[in-house]
Design a binder for this molecule. Structure first.
Ligand code: SF4
Ligand code: SF4
Length: 183
């Protein structure tokens, strides 16, 4: 399956069958959490949203966009990683499996892992209306083979991209999609 920026959540989740639920990534990682996912997670943990965020989540900024991720329990404070706060060290399972966020369902260590991460970034973090976000994505995209529809020029058009990279555009709307010519 080719994962594109425009792929639907349903299509992308079909790749999550590849996740073996071994819990390895949760031992040294976290899950990104979208705003609309917080209420379900909080309810599952029997918390109100404010308490849930304070206890289990921390803010994160990626491609100039702010969201949350699950906290990590760092056994060694000098290391940048730690076990996800929801990872059960005894069973190796996710304690909130039935309410875990989309990011954690993607199976990002598997065959399509890099593409799945890019799909997630492009749909939830990269903001074509924010030149700073586009500039940060351009740096990332220059180092990778980007999924179809995800190149910076695909997001804002080449003309706008050059203005963004020259810092001559500080705010802008994404270009209107081109209408297909009638056959
Ligand atoms: S929320 Fe669950 S699946 Fe996601 S990183 Fe934490 S333990 Fe793993
Ligand atoms: S994404 Fe990979 S490492 Fe993480 S639980 Fe699934 S199979 Fe294991």
């Amino acid at each position: 399956m080719v994962i594109k920026k425009e792929s639907s959540v349903d299509d992308v989740l079909k790749s999550s069958d590849e996740c073996k639920k071994c819990g390895k990534c949760c031992e040294k990682g976290f899950g990104f959490v979208l705003n609309h996912e917080i209420s379900k997670m909080a309810k599952f943990m029997g918390q109100n949203e404010t308490n849930f965020i304070r206890k289990f989540l921390e803010p994160v900024e990626v491609f100039h966009t702010s969201k949350h991720r699950t906290k990590r329990r760092k056994s060694n404070k000098d290391k940048p990683y730690g076990r996800c706060v929801f990872h059960d060290s005894k069973t190796g399972e996710c304690k909130i499996h039935d309410a875990k966020p989309l990011y954690c369902k993607l199976g990002t260590c598997q065959t399509h892992g890099e593409s799945l991460i890019q799909w997630y970034y492009l749909n939830f973090f990269v903001n074509p209306k924010d030149p700073s976000s586009v500039r940060e994505w351009k740096i990332y995209a220059d180092m990778k083979e980007v999924i179809p529809g995800g190149k910076p020029q695909d997001l804002v058009g080449m003309e706008n991209l050059l203005k963004i990279l020259n810092y001559s555009e500080l705010t802008m709307a994404p270009p209107k999609p081109k209408l297909k010519k009638k056959q």
